[in-house]
Design a protein around this ligand. Structure first.
Ligand SMILES: Cc1cc2nc3c(=O)[nH]c(=O)nc-3n(C[C@H](O)[C@H](O)[C@H](O)COP(=O)(O)O)c2cc1C
Length: 373
């Protein structure tokens, strides 16, 4: 049988993803001072053993104020590079492309973890503190959220440099893919949507004005990365609040492509509250039409994400030409070896040779014992 598209390598500049399965960025709230620790090695190492072609870290803040919670990873200080290097070394040794996401939370910073009890801020007894949050204006994300301080134009320019510096650290740490987080209502998404960005300076107003800061970030990050490394941008194709829609996303994606962005990662929602309260109806593959629109109308490679559950579903998306890469989030928490299971479901690993041989040899023998081979 022909190799499924899911298991066909994808070349992005000098980066070759051995297959199209991508571990989606998922924050774990387990870091101290933004450093990668043993938990992150085990957590992310599993997905490399599971043969995800690309393994993303969670969102890494470009400055401490840009964390969502105090337990997020960071790339704001050179002293953090060595901890990330341990992780990229592990991921690459198992054959995955090491990828990271750089972010600023803006007005959605200093929040409790998604599962904290009302009124609690982080793990009990850990002494997590609130900090000042910033945004395009002083409007909070929703009622009850922290009131941000509006950023000055000079501060915005400074943040462009911070994104570029974080990308430089990501490169030094050995990541081959860097993704700019411009989705889920975090700072760059706050600038894109007219609902959250009511500024009347050069960073606000019409679509071009609202795109200025995110595009400045993309330009600076591209310049900070070596030409052979790949740059992704995650977008909320619709902001979930009625301010930014797919047509805007296509214009933004085309501009990103011009700046040398290799893949647009198509998520949605999150502008006016928690990322989990996205304001977008969810069903299997619900965001695939966004990846398809970006790929076809902006002519840039796209990544689909959101309730993609198994190999046949992923393969159908790729075969339809709706996306170039498939990101798996929660299903990977349930099934860390998702790509290997997908290969079984698609019938392309009959001898279990995709597995690390310490596992695959035994599993193949077990098939004989069970009379399946
Ligand atoms: C535990 C958890 C943490 C997440 N953290 C991030 C993150 O750091 N950055 C991001 O862009 N999306 C984050 N997301 C969103 C996922 O990357 C993904 O887009 C979303 O879960 C939908 O895909 P799924 O249906 O396969 O889970 C997170 C999702 C989960 C479940």
């Amino acid at each position: 049988m022909p190799t499924p598209l899911l298991f066909t390598p994808l070349t992005m500049r000098g980066v070759v993803a051995p297959n199209r399965a991508v571990l989606s960025p998922m924050v774990q709230f387990r870091a101290t001072d933004g450093l990668v620790n043993d938990f992150h090695l085990v957590h992310l190492g599993k997905f490399a053993l599971g043969k995800f072609g690309v393994v993303f870290t969670e969102n890494c803040a470009v400055e401490p104020r840009g964390r969502v919670t105090q337990g997020d990873l960071g790339l704001w200080d050179d002293g953090q590079i060595a901890s990330h290097k341990r992780l990229t070394t592990l991921l690459k040794a198992e054959g995955s492309v090491a990828a990271t996401q750089i972010t600023h939370s803006g007005r959605k910073g200093s929040t409790p973890r998604t599962f904290d009890k009302p009124g609690a801020l982080g793990p009990e007894g850990a002494g997590w503190q609130r900090w000042e949050v910033v945004g395009p204006t002083d409007q909070p994300a929703a009622e009850g959220w922290l009131k941000p301080r509006a950023l000055s134009a000079t501060e915005i320019e400074g943040l462009v440099t911070k994104f570029a510096d974080a990308a430089r650290r990501a490169d030094a740490a050995g990541y081959d893919v860097v993704e700019i987080h411009a989705a889920h209502g975090y700072l760059l998404a706050q600038f894109l949507s007219p609902i959250s960005n009511t500024r009347n300076d050069i960073y606000g107003g019409d679509c071009a004005g609202r795109m200025r800061f995110p595009l400045d970030v993309a330009r600076a990050v591209r310049a900070a990365l070596p030409a052979n490394k790949a740059l992704f941008v995650r977008v909320s194709a619709v902001d979930g609040a009625g301010g930014w829609d797919v047509a805007d996303t296509v214009v933004f994606a085309a501009a990103l492509k011009e700046l040398g962005v290799d893949v647009v990662d198509c998520s949605s929602g999150g502008l006016t509250g928690a990322a989990t309260a996205a304001g977008v109806t969810r069903s299997p593959g619900f965001q695939v039409p966004f990846a398809a629109a970006v790929r076809r109308q902006a002519g840039v490679a796209s990544m689909a994400v959101g309730l993609i559950l198994d190999g046949p579903q992923a393969e159908a998306i790729l075969r339809a030409g709706d996306a170039d890469l498939i990101a798996i989030g929660r299903q990977a928490l349930y099934e860390p070896f998702w790509p290997l299971h997908a290969a079984q479901a698609l019938g392309c690993d009959p001898d279990w040779t995709m597995w690390t041989p310490e596992y695959g040899w035994w599993l193949e023998k077990r098939e004989h014992t069970l009379g399946r081979k």
